[in-house]
Design a protein around this ligand. Structure first.
Ligand code: NAD
Ligand code: UDP
Length: 327
């Protein structure tokens, strides 16, 4: 535990979202002061309401595309809608959030001399021609497609982080996050794990886009947050970008079958058209994280799916109680 001498004041942007709320939990558990900043576009107060009475937790409604003046020791910059449905809803705002948000948070880090972490993404590799993807791969990204607001916004944010480091000697840490799942995922964000679990629990058709043979590698949220903390604590010479994800690779059919099995669902599989620019394959090469952070994921897919399914069961049970109350 920290005392007032060693306790850090830590800003988490996007702290009311899926990953941000788990990060706030871990930082508070470690004894730090946490300032959670969020505009609640995709995050909710529900994700952090268990922290409202915590003496070291503060929640601020703020949009990172506007400057922020606070005094902190460290910044985790997570603010950005992450699922295709959400980031394509207002693509201009998505680019602004990544780019203006990065400029504002980097400016803040420069003023207060804070170490700053960027939640980048495997999407910087686009639809990769190299498999698995190491950090030295520059990517294969469409600059004008429906996913570009997110992919190019995040790429530009990485550019800004490295320019601030070269130009202003900022202490930066850049993580490239691969698909992550767990409790507090948004039930309607269209991401595959939440979609399939909600569909399975309702015994509705499980929607497989394309032939379902495209692959992804899924990391359980607790493993990922451990990677965030290790990266933030690593020596200042190590900036990343570093891949954080689980190398276990599954096709969407395999994922659907695992979820059907674990939920005991009767849902049939339904094939729907593949969205534009949907990457065929994705798997992190995590040698750099192993070497520099001594980090690798511990939770196997089926193990991580269990608490995730339990979370959605509670959420859907709450929804049906509310529906009964309204009826
Ligand atoms: P999320 O949508 O649950 O969280 C994002 C949070 O940012 C939300 O609380 C949202 O309200 C907030 N936000 C959005 N725009 C904002 C703005 N302009 N100002 C202030 N707050 C704003 O998504 P997540 O899965 O928790 O993702 C967190 C970060 O990690 C994102 O930057 C995302 O790009 C990155 N990431 C996530 C994954 C994943 O699999 N979950 C993969 C790669 C990268
Ligand atoms: N997907 C699917 N059915 C769904 C939602 C997604 O088959 O109901 C597929 C999607 O086409 C993609 C994969 O699952 O190939 C992962 O999609 P997600 O949106 O979760 O993440 P991303 O494409 O950003 O990796």
């Amino acid at each position: 535990m920290h005392n007032y001498n060693t306790r850090k004041r830590i800003l988490v942007t996007g702290g009311a979202g899926f990953l941000g709320s788990h990060l706030c939990d871990r930082l508070l558990d470690a004894g730090h002061d946490v300032l959670c900043v969020d505009n609640f576009f995709t995050g909710t107060k529900d994700n952090v309401k268990h922290l409202f009475d915590h003496p070291h937790f503060e929640l601020m409604r703020h949009d990172v595309t506007f400057p922020l003046y606070v005094e902190v020791d460290e910044i985790y910059n997570l603010a950005c809608p992450a699922s295709p449905i959400h980031y394509q809803h207002d693509p201009v705002q998505t680019t602004k959030t990544s780019v203006h948000g990065a400029i504002n948070m980097l400016g803040l880090a420069k003023r207060v001399k804070a170490r700053i972490f960027q939640a980048s993404t495997s999407e910087v590799y686009g639809d990769p021609e190299l498999h698995p993807q190491p950090e030295r791969y520059w990517g294969h990204v469409n600059p004008i497609g429906p996913r570009s607001c997110y992919d190019e916004g995040k790429r530009c944010a990485e550019t800004l982080f490295f320019d601030y480091q070269r130009q202003h000697a900022l202490d930066i840490k850049v993580a490239r996050i691969f698909n992550t799942y767990g409790p507090r995922m948004h039930p309607n964000d269209g991401r595959v794990v939440s979609n399939f679990i909600v569909q399975a629990l309702r015994n509705e058709p499980i929607t497989l886009y394309g032939d379902g043979n495209q692959s992804r590698s899924f990391c359980y949220v607790d493993d990922l947050i451990e990677g965030f903390l290790r990266l933030m604590q690593s020596p200042s010479g190590f900036t990343g970008p570093v891949n954080l994800g689980n190398p276990g690779e599954f096709t969407m059919i395999e994922l659907a079958e695992a979820i059907r099995d674990l939920t005991g669902s009767r849902s049939p599989l339904q094939h729907l058209p593949l969205p534009a620019d949907d990457p065929r394959q994705r798997q992190p090469d995590i040698r750099l994280a192993r070497e520099h952070l001594d980090w690798e994921p511990k939770v196997a897919l089926r193990e991580g799916l269990k608490p995730t399914i339990a979370y959605f069961e509670r959420l859907l049970a709450g929804d049906s109680k509310r529906d009964e109350a309204v009826a």
